[in-house]
Ligand binder design. Structure first.
Ligand code: DGL
Length: 264
């Protein structure tokens, strides 16, 4: 297919990846799809999530004629990459926590992974830590409330500094900690708030640039023009349209995947 590279997330988190891809590949055609009707993903059960992610991504790829799919969501990638690759014929690029660069960046060897509950507990994540940070102390901290804070920020609402402070509090119990992996694509959208809540300078490491490099390696030729700036969402709203417009995307179209809504 010759359409844009489609960036997918549960919500606005993928926009942090859009920004990183545009920094490295300013001319590339990008589309955006998100499943904001079912946000957040990070607290939902795995079996439901896999079916939902396959449904939404298949529908969005068909609607956009995407030439590649970037799963700009750690929660989805650490669970459903293989299943997505098995059912799509275009390249699928995932997002996983940047444990390896964080281990290289840390002087003390004390790191933390800040991510959703789902990502923090996944076997995939445990293997990443064993493989790439086996000689480091790695604290795993679930920070699901930061997802809603990032959504609020992009909707033009204030971020609650108390929520940010509570989410980060476990990190400061290790005085040697010097590096934090932002293992959820929503979190780089709160970079300023995270830095100002930290009691000392910290290396904050996300996966954005690594994904952009991977896109440049895997997608050839890079799509230009056709379908650039189109967007799809599962729950259209003015606030989301405004957030997407801030990153150059058109008013999103509604996407109706087959899976029924999640019943808590
Ligand atoms: N942005 C997603 C991630 O990278 C998760 C947000 C959610 O919980 O829906 O993990």
């Amino acid at each position: 297919m010759s359409g844009p590279i489609l960036i997918f997330d549960s919500g606005v988190g993928g926009l942090s990846v859009v920004a990183a891809i545009r920094r490295r590949l300013p001319e590339v055609a990008l589309g955006y799809a998100c499943d904001n009707a079912m946000l957040p993903y990070g607290t939902k059960p795995d079996d439901w999530l896999v079916a939902r992610i396959l449904d939404v991504c298949q529908a969005a790829v068909a609607a956009s004629h995407a030439s590649a799919l970037v799963v700009a969501c750690n929660t989805a990638s650490t669970l459903a990459l293989e299943a997505l690759r098995a059912c799509l014929t275009i390249p699928v690029i995932g997002t996983v926590p940047a444990i390896k660069p964080a281990a290289a960046a840390s002087a003390s060897g004390h790191l933390a992974l800040l991510a959703t509950s789902a990502t923090v507990h996944r076997p995939y994540t445990r293997r990443l830590i064993e493989d790439f940070a086996g000689d480091c102390e790695v604290m795993r901290v679930a920070a699901d409330p930061l997802v809603a804070q990032a959504e609020q920020r992009l909707a033009g609402e204030p971020v609650d500094a108390g929520v940010v402070a509570d989410c980060l509090a476990p990190l400061w119990t290790d005085p040697a900690l010097d590096t934090v992996v932002l293992g959820c694509t929503h979190f780089p959208l709160l970079a300023a708030e995270l830095a100002s809540a930290a009691p000392r300078p910290i290396h904050w490491i996300d996966s954005g640039d690594a994904i952009a490099r991977r896109v440049a390696q895997v997608v050839a030729p890079l799509p230009r023009g056709e379908g650039a700036g189109a967007a799809w969402v599962t729950a259209p709203s003015e606030a989301l349209a405004a957030a997407l417009a801030g990153y150059g995307f058109a008013t999103p179209q509604g996407l109706v995947p087959a899976t029924t809504a999640f019943e808590a």
